[in-house]
Design a protein. Structure first.
Length: 255
């Protein structure tokens, strides 16, 4: 409760200082005012536009997140257990990973159009590599002694996966999922900024085109809130999948 109150106090202090500094210190055109931002948010809530556009962005981010996460986990498990295959494809994966994924947006527009499919594929591509790299690293870090003991006991590959590899690598997997949450929103919003007529990215671009600084900040606040909701969902799944971390008193520094 003390930490929560300190956080609230810090937020109120920042907003109060922002409100006072806007105008006398920094021109309102550049930073707007918290009161103006909240007024825009209230207007969007009243006319329903905020929920409509947020639902579009959330659908794109969530669908792309699931698609990229499942693909990343599957490929990470396969390559983590198949060392020869991993060594063969390693330079190709590194080459594609080094490519800025947002630069693929124009190509995806040519392939999938400007609809929701393009944003989902873009998000999935971004999430895939983050989850894959963490899953692959977790699988490769599994204790060889445990694998050897299980093999001596007659365990087959599916036994090794379910009893040793996945439980040992699950912390790495959820670390990748946590990292992927904000990037999934980045992919969805950037896709909407490139080509869209709906979504929070569209609201952001539309407000910027109208030189509406309050609208830009309101769209950014909406993205931050949506990211917090998605991050809370991943944290809940992590707590359910790894209850021993809670029992050990392991807590994240930042939520």
């Amino acid at each position: 409760m003390r930490i929560f109150l300190l956080r609230v106090g810090l937020l109120v202090t920042i907003l109060f200082a922002w409100q006072l500094a806007s105008g006398p210190v920094i021109p309102t055109f550049f930073i707007s005012k918290p009161s103006a931002i909240f007024a825009v948010l209230a207007q969007w809530v009243m006319d329903g536009s905020l929920f409509f556009h947020a639902a579009i962005t959330a659908t794109e981010a969530f669908a792309g997140f699931l698609l990229g996460a499942f693909a990343g986990i599957a490929v990470g498990l396969v390559l983590g257990r198949a060392k020869i295959v991993a060594d063969v494809v390693h330079p190709f994966i590194n080459a594609f990973y080094s490519l800025p994924k947002l630069a693929l947006a124009p190509l995806f527009i040519l392939w999938f159009g400007i609809g929701m499919d393009m944003k989902i594929v873009l998000v999935a591509t971004i999430v895939f590599f983050l989850v894959f790299l963490n899953t692959y690293t977790g699988v490769r870090n599994v204790s060889p002694e445990q694998i050897t003991i299980m093999r001596l006991m007659g365990a087959r590959e599916h036994h090794l996966l379910t009893k040793v590899v996945i439980p040992s690598a699950i912390a790495w997997v959820f670390a990748g999922l946590r990292i992927s949450v904000p990037y999934s929103l980045v992919g969805a919003v950037v896709g909407e900024l490139v080509a869209a007529n709906r979504g929070l990215g569209y609201l952001l671009a539309h407000s910027a085109g109208q030189f509406d600084t309050a609208g830009v900040f309101a769209a950014l606040v909406s993205v931050v809130v949506l990211a917090g909701i998605l991050n809370a969902c991943v944290s809940y799944l992590a707590a359910r999948a790894m209850p021993w971390r809670s029992n050990e008193g392991d807590r994240e520094a930042f939520v």
